[in-house]
Write a protein that binds this ligand. Structure first.
Ligand SMILES: *Cc1c(COP(=O)(O)O)cnc(C)c1O
Length: 228
């Protein structure tokens, strides 16, 4: 068996075990395979092992793969910072954007989305304090942004995403994931009807699943380490 298919099996098993351990329904956590910096051949190998949803954080690196693998009908998720001048190709080539954090880019994605492609699924990226990244909206501005995005005609607001500061200890890892879940719950109390928590990477997927992740974004555990 190829190493990518073996690694995929191991990741699926980790997810299934975490679902059981934390009393999540079997199959309630989707696996997004993050193939950034990896060649199209690696994506194809994962496809042959049954993987259909792939994540990229950099548009220029993603587009050649999206083009080369078009006939496979993959589901592509954009998970990196969304620059205003890249919204058109993102809206054309992706099914999901996890990393929306400003009304301006959300508006552009909606305006530029071809109606024939159907609604673009989006998550709002939250910046919980203490993160290194400048990406993500602050919690105090979340509800206003969510209300504005929910009104955009060609976007479907699905939920929230976070990239917390790396922690090694399980209980510390859970803290930002719990806060993301609570933010989603409070939006849903206000009637947003969101169904997606995009949280958890190779080093912290179990903690994310314990706190309610519905999509985990896994790169290293599937495709191996990336070149710096
Ligand atoms: C790279 C990346 C991942 C995957 O990280 P791994 O630690 O390799 O699993 C997940 N989410 C985002 C936003 C990323 O950029």
């Amino acid at each position: 068996m190829h190493s990518i298919s073996k690694a995929l099996l191991a990741v699926r098993e980790r997810i299934a075990q975490a679902e059981r351990k934390h009393e999540r329904a079997a199959g309630s956590v989707r696996l997004l395979a993050v193939c950034k910096k990896k060649p199209a051949a690696a994506v194809r190998e994962a496809y042959e092992a049954g993987q259909r949803a792939f994540g990229e954080n950099h548009l220029q690196d993603a587009l050649p793969k999206v083009e080369a693998l078009r006939e496979l009908g993959l589901e592509w998720h954009f998970i990196g910072p969304v620059q205003s001048n890249k919204t058109r190709p993102i809206s054309a080539h992706f099914d999901w954007v996890h990393s929306v954090d400003r009304l301006k880019t959300a508006r552009r994605l909606s305006e530029q989305r071809e109606p024939a492609l159907g609604e673009l699924n989006v998550c709002i990226q939250l910046n919980l304090s203490g993160e290194d990244t400048k990406s993500g909206v602050e919690t105090v501005k979340l509800e206003e942004l969510a209300s504005q995005i929910a009104q955009l005609p060609r976007l479907k607001l699905r939920g929230l995403m976070v990239i917390p500061r790396p922690e090694t200890d399980f209980e510390s890892q859970r803290v930002p994931f719990r806060r993301l879940r609570e933010a989603l719950e409070s939006l849903n109390v206000r009637g947003f009807g969101l169904d997606t928590l995009s949280m958890g990477m190779t080093g912290d997927m179990e903690a994310a699943i314990a706190e309610g992740a519905t999509i985990v974004r896994i790169g290293t555990a599937i495709f191996g380490p990336r070149d710096a």
